[in-house]
Design a protein around this ligand. Structure first.
Ligand SMILES: C[S@@+](CC[C@H](N)C(=O)[O-])C[C@H]1O[C@@H](n2cnc3c(N)ncnc32)[C@H](O)[C@@H]1O
Length: 261
């Protein structure tokens, strides 16, 4: 019995410490914010983010003909667990160690030519314009040094009509100004819903919807999160890259308007 209590207590301490370090925006390893060291750290990050990954997967609703980019993909858990049915997947991460782990996790797909993982910064995505049909980003946005630029980059690499689902930050209460938040690992910026919408539109997106989803499915971790950040929910923006209106269609529309007028 004592052993069971000891094991349960140890598990709770490890889970709590993981939440504090893993989901603490600004926690850093080897100079890259948000990285818990090693394969175990990557697993802990992904384990804590399972619920969030499921919510983002539900919103992006990947199809077999999708070509997905996961920005700040970490060790590639979202790509293997939530996006295995997408025709092509790609991931980018700043951490060399995480890129290595992601390449190992996706080795079969990389060999088959349906996946690729690159090392790079969210603020300068190493792909050409209009390359992907969908973009996701989970538990990373507040780490980016220039989040507005990262969002504009996500829009740039999407095809017209492509969709983005971006976990922006812990939800902040309605009526609260966007502000700097202090986590155990340092300061990070959080935006209120109106500013998330403005930032997403300024990046070039349309049809923006703001969603609130639970960060984890553990009651213990969610209550710890409420104590640390005042919330257990994440603000997730979903948006579409506009399809340019063809000049001939625009002219036809203008003529119709004149005729009706
Ligand atoms: C907490 S982990 C989340 C990983 C993964 N998205 C997930 O949900 O499991 C944060 C990730 O952001 C990455 N990261 C931090 N700053 C970055 C940047 N400027 N560009 C690309 N990746 C970055 C880190 O290397 C790390 O893998």
């Amino acid at each position: 019995m004592r052993r069971v209590v000891f094991l349960a207590g140890s598990a709770a301490v490890v889970a709590g410490a993981a939440l504090v370090v893993g989901r603490s925006r600004g926690a850093a390893s080897a100079g890259v914010p948000g990285v818990l060291p090693g394969a175990v750290g990557a697993w802990v990050n992904a384990y804590l983010d399972r619920r969030l990954h499921a919510a983002v997967a539900g919103l992006v609703d990947l199809q077999p003909d999708d070509d997905l980019l996961d920005v700040a993909c970490g060790a590639g858990y979202f790509l293997t667990e939530s996006a295995s049915h997408a025709g092509r997947v790609a991931g980018v991460d700043l951490s060399e160690a995480r890129v290595e782990l992601a390449r190992r996790r996706l080795a079969d797909r990389i060999c088959a030519g349906t996946a690729e993982i690159r090392q790079g910064d969210a603020g300068a995505l190493p792909w050409e314009d209009a390359r992907f049909s969908a973009v996701t980003c989970t538990d990373a946005f507040p780490f980016f040094p220039d989040p507005e630029r990262a969002m504009a980059e996500m829009c740039r690499v999407l095809r017209p009509g492509g969709r983005a689902v971006i976990d922006v930050n812990p939800r902040i209460p309605e009526g609260t100004e966007s502000h700097l938040m202090r986590g155990p690992g340092g300061q990070f910026r959080v935006w209120n819903d109106a500013d998330v919408r403005r930032m997403t539109e300024a990046a070039g997106f349309v049809d923006v919807s703001i969603n609130h989803v639970l960060g984890t499915d553990s009651r213990l971790l969610n209550s710890l999160s409420r104590r640390l950040y005042g919330t257990d929910e994440e603000t997730v923006a979903m948006a579409v890259k506009p399809v340019p209106v063809r000049p001939d269609k625009e002219a036809a529309r203008a003529e119709e308007t004149v005729a009706v007028g």
